[in-house]
Design a protein around this ligand. Structure first.
Ligand code: FCB
Length: 456
């Protein structure tokens, strides 16, 4: 199974999950510092204070990437390192760190894929309302400009936001993520302001000369329980409504305005029932509809639903009236997430049809398992099987015509898995949190071989 020439193989991480050094070189506080330091929010009271100490070990980490043969490394910039107060004054030391990281990547022949926002909002902005405050979108574009001015001569691939659904609905809806607010109306407002920030930043980056601009979404195929194992199964009318509703909230809410310049009617109706639509101003959709080049897809598992009377039980899902969330009949990872590899090809084929005119990239895919280190090895056969199964589906989607340009494994390193802390390991490289030593797992060595032969 050989992949197209120039298919981009890589790995992804995010700033707060790996960097540590939270008080160094003028970094300001982020909402994840505040959140993780408030008891009860993160498993075992873990925080990102040290994480993988990547801030000090980035050179070694880049060497490791080179040994694995990665062509691309997707990482995120911590906004509070660049603007400790979220706006105004720029911190040159923060920019300096990412500039050195970019230089070492380029020296190792690895393309940097920069994500500007992977959830670590400056706390100073949250104190003024965070993403519920429209101003945050405008500050985001200022920040994007500051980063581009420093790195734009060497970075070709720019992502505005990572997973705006998660940032809005887990951050402001059910409070499982920072800032831990719990109000459906705030979540819907935040979702719109994130999109506005995306559009403003995309336009700004473009005007500064950026040629590859991407938005990364956490999309998933929405399936009935029967469809999980039988793609041909046809849901009845009520189930079909439930499926359509969740697909609209999860994916169309973001990609329709970005690619088609309009919100689905169901999203506007849900907003009307949850705080109103007054925050959506004339001209916003035109800004959000800014041209982009690529859509990044983070895929882990399908979303399984059926019809079931009731109002939304979870404030992360305003608009999900008469939908019941189900578990899939499938084996699961250590996160409890069902393993459904062909969900990925179903998703990619659908999105390439629904949103033509841009290429796609799998910007995250991977799995947490309870890894065991024995005799200096991690035999993570379950992770290898997960990755291999999903790569087959990537190949299948390409064969079916999806314009898919690359695949980035989540994650390069074991890291701070948000509300789950360090107990969930997603890395292809093991991190010993006592010594911070890195140890490539069998999956890393397997991935190196996949990259080497450009196929399975
Ligand atoms: C995604 C996030 C990423 C990581 C994986 C497991 O939602 O973008 O940071 O936590 O899930």
């Amino acid at each position: 199974m050989i992949f197209p020439e120039n298919f981009v193989w890589g790995a992804a991480t995010a700033s707060y999950q790996i960097e540590g050094a939270v008080k160094e070189d003028g970094r300001g506080q982020s909402i994840w510092d505040t959140f993780s330091h408030s008891p009860g929010n993160v498993a075992d009271g873990d925080t990102g204070d040290v994480a993988c100490d990547h801030y000090h070990r980035y050179r070694d980490d880049v060497s490791l990437m080179r040994e694995l043969g990665l062509a691309a490394y997707r990482f995120s910039i911590a906004w509070p390192r660049i603007q400790p107060d979220g706006r105004g004054k720029i911190n040159p030391q923060g920019l300096g760190f990412y500039s050195r990281l970019v230089d070492s990547l380029l020296a190792a022949d690895i393309s940097p894929y920069v994500t500007l926002y992977h959830w670590d909002l400056p706390q100073a902005l949250e104190d003024e309302g965070g993403w519920t405050n429209r101003d945050t979108a405008y500050y985001f574009a200022e920040y994007a400009q500051a980063v581009h001015e420093k790195l734009g001569d060497r970075v070709a691939h720019w992502t505005t936001l990572n997973e705006p659904w998660v940032a809005a609905y887990l951050g402001y809806g059910n409070g499982v993520h920072a800032p831990g607010r719990r109000r459906a109306a705030d979540a819907m407002r935040s979702a719109h302001h994130l999109l506005l920030g995306h559009g403003l930043a995309a336009r700004r980056l473009r005007s500064l000369g950026a040629e590859n601009i991407m938005l990364v979404v956490n999309s998933a195929p929405v399936l009935t329980p029967a469809q999980v194992n039988d793609p041909q199964a046809t849901p009845d009318a009520a189930d079909a409504v439930a499926v359509h509703r969740i697909h609209t909230l999860l994916t169309r809410q973001f990609l329709d305005p970005v690619r088609h310049g309009s919100y689905p009617a169901e999203v506007l109706e849900a907003a009307a029932r949850n705080g109103g639509t007054g925050h959506i101003l004339d001209g916003d959709l035109e800004i959000i509809n800014a041209p982009i080049d690529q859509i990044g897809i983070n895929y882990y598992n399908p979303c399984v639903v059926e019809a079931g009377p009731g109002t939304p039980a979870d404030p992360a899902w305003p608009g999900s009236e008469d939908v019941r969330f189900r578990t899939a009949d499938a084996p699961t990872t250590a996160m409890g997430w069902p393993i459904v590899p062909d969900g990925l090809s179903r998703l990619l084929v659908r999105l390439s049809g629904d949103y033509p005119g841009v290429s796609l990239m799998v910007t995250e895919n991977g799995a947490a398992f309870d890894d065991v280190v024995a005799d200096g090895r991690v035999h993570d056969t379950d992770r290898v099987a997960y990755l291999e199964g999903h790569l087959r589906e990537v190949h299948r989607a390409i064969a079916a015509g999806a314009d898919l340009r690359g695949y980035l494994v989540w994650s390069l390193l074991d890291n701070f898995e948000w509300a789950e802390g360090y107990r969930r390991r997603f890395g292809i490289v093991h991190v010993d949190y006592e010594t911070l030593a890195r140890l490539p797992k069998d999956s890393a060595l397997w991935y190196r071989d996949v990259i080497g032969r450009n196929g399975l």
